[in-house]
Design a protein around this ligand. Structure first.
Ligand SMILES: Cc1cc2nc3c(=O)[nH]c(=O)nc-3n(C[C@H](O)[C@H](O)[C@H](O)COP(=O)(O)O)c2cc1C
Length: 183
């Protein structure tokens, strides 16, 4: 039987992003049971409805919309920018929500993970991402909430998650998300 596919969307384009390190660890918790793919967001032109209206939809938008449509679950791993979500993530949410009536996020099971070197672990970014996802009818898992605070202290020099309590907590998150996807 074909494995279900989880798409991971990372809210940072930075090459050394902590959110990418966290996403890599989390991908490893799922990839025995699921196909896990990282969705590219950095190549998406800024949303402008004219492209769709005038028949000049960028090829990257079309490919992205098709890729999101094909997913069985979506997992967002994001830093917090100025107490909200990074623009690259909002742009991606908007692109795959349109043209009107073609919201490809619709009905997918999903979860959001916050990442920050600060103390509140990107909680406001998570909260910000949840607002459009609720409107877009993503079936959001609300618990356990995952806010990876002081994230710069959680990984070794090779990018491996070494903080034991975080490893255990993410195992719990993964177990819950598996159930959520299969429900
Ligand atoms: C434009 C900008 C705004 C930021 N705002 C916040 C913020 O509101 N809260 C926070 O915890 N960190 C904030 N930071 C710091 C980021 O958490 C930090 O740069 C983090 O490493 C970015 O995530 P990444 O490592 O995944 O790229 C901000 C960083 C940038 C570049």
């Amino acid at each position: 039987m074909k494995k279900k596919t989880i798409g991971i969307l990372v809210g940072s384009l930075r090459k050394d992003a902590y959110s990418k390190l966290a996403a890599n660890h989390i991908a490893g918790l799922f990839n025995n049971q699921y196909e896990v793919i990282f969705i590219e967001l950095g190549n998406l032109q800024m949303f402008n409805q004219d492209y769709d209206d005038e028949g000049t939809t960028p090829a990257e938008w079309t490919a992205f919309r098709e890729q999101v449509k094909s997913l069985d679950a979506v997992l967002f791993v994001t830093p917090e920018y100025n107490r909200s979500m990074p623009a690259v993530l909002k742009n991606a949410l908007d692109i795959a929500s349109r043209p009107y009536g073609h919201n490809v996020w619709n009905g997918k099971p999903g979860a959001v993970i916050g990442v920050s070197p600060g103390h509140i672990g990107g909680a406001l970014a998570v909260s910000a991402v949840r607002v459009p996802l609720a409107f877009l009818n993503v079936r959001l898992m609300m618990q356990p909430e995952v806010y990876l605070s002081n994230v710069h202290q959680l990984f070794d020099g090779q990018g491996k998650l070494t903080d034991e309590s975080t490893v255990k907590f993410l195992d719990k998150f993964a177990a819950a998300f598996r159930i959520w996807i299969e429900q």
